[in-house]
Design a protein around this ligand. Structure first.
Ligand code: NAP
Length: 247
């Protein structure tokens, strides 16, 4: 079990969707090390989820397919009923699709929107009930550079991420008076399985377009969560973490 560095601080409760691997798992580990109780949500990777749960303090894993409203409701209710409050929700679960518009089927589009965007609507709808009653909370949506710039052959994905950023701005206005903040973190290219379809030479070409000339790390995204958590006057913002790829 890793040492809980924040054990003297009153524990905040966080839910991180899609956090069995990649960016989400790094966020879970960072929050655990900083004294949070963390509900780690996963869909298929139960072994990875279990490994994190066993090695990091105050991590509780729960399977739920966040593209399904009933399963999201169970996830949020589980966290609230177990801990009595929810302080931080991170909508991280996401899938990618690289296809031309002509090849994108109705099912593809539905699947991407359900997993990346409807999921956040479901979690925000459920968690806001509790956060409004508490009169406190913070929601962070993990969007993407493609939601801002649009990506060729990734229209469905780009639409889903632009939708997340619009959700961030709308809910920041709506929920601000209840002392609930809503922000987005929009990564550029980060070294996770999501990009494993790119060959080494394709990766090299991409890096030539990035001012700092490299891909980002999951910990460079996870540290933004703590930054936003520690700055209570920041809300409705899209924090870009992309090595200068979109200047
Ligand atoms: P990843 O390594 O592919 O991991 C995706 C995670 O999402 C997994 O833990 C997976 O869990 C979970 N997930 C997928 N569908 C789910 C569902 N229906 N219900 C619950 N969990 C689900 O991806 P990543 O690179 O860490 O990406 C994390 C987020 O960052 C995504 O929203 C992605 O769009 C965004 N992002 C990534 C990059 C990048 O370059 N990597 C750039 C910009 C934005 P299971 O394995 O258990 O199914």
């Amino acid at each position: 079990m890793e040492e809980n560095l924040g054990k003297n601080i009153p524990k905040k409760v966080a839910i991180v969707t899609g956090s069995s691997r990649g960016i989400g798992s790094e966020i879970v580990k960072t929050l655990s090390k900083n004294g949070y109780i963390v509900v780690l949500n996963y869909n298929k990777s139960n072994n990875l989820a279990e490994e994190i749960e066993n090695n990091f303090a105050n991590v509780y894993s729960l399977q739920a397919d966040v593209s399904k409203y009933d399963e999201v409701k169970q996830l949020i209710d589980y966290a609230y009923n177990k801990f009595g409050h929810i302080d931080l929700l991170i909508n991280n679960a996401g899938i990618d699709l690289v296809k031309t518009i002509n090849d994108t089927t109705i099912e593809d589009f539905d699947n991407i929107l359900k997993t990346n965007l409807y999921s956040a609507f479901y979690t925000c709808k459920e968690v806001s009930n509790y956060m409004i009653n508490q009169k406190s909370g913070h929601i962070i949506n993990i969007s993407s550079i493609w939601g801002i710039t649009g990506a060729s052959c990734e229209m469905a994905y780009s639409v889903s991420k632009a939708g997340l950023d619009a959700m961030t701005k709308s809910l920041a206005k709506e929920l601000g008076p209840s002392n609930i903040r809503v922000n987005s973190i929009a990564p550029g290219i980060i070294n996770t399985e999501m990009n494993s379809f790119l060959s080494d030479s394709e990766m090299e070409e991409l890096c030539k377009e990035i001012p700092v000339a490299r891909v980002g790390t999951t910990s460079e995204v996870a540290s933004c969560v703590l930054f936003l958590e520690n700055n209570p006057y920041i809300t409705g913002q899209i924090l870009q973490v992309n090595g200068g790829w979109n200047i």
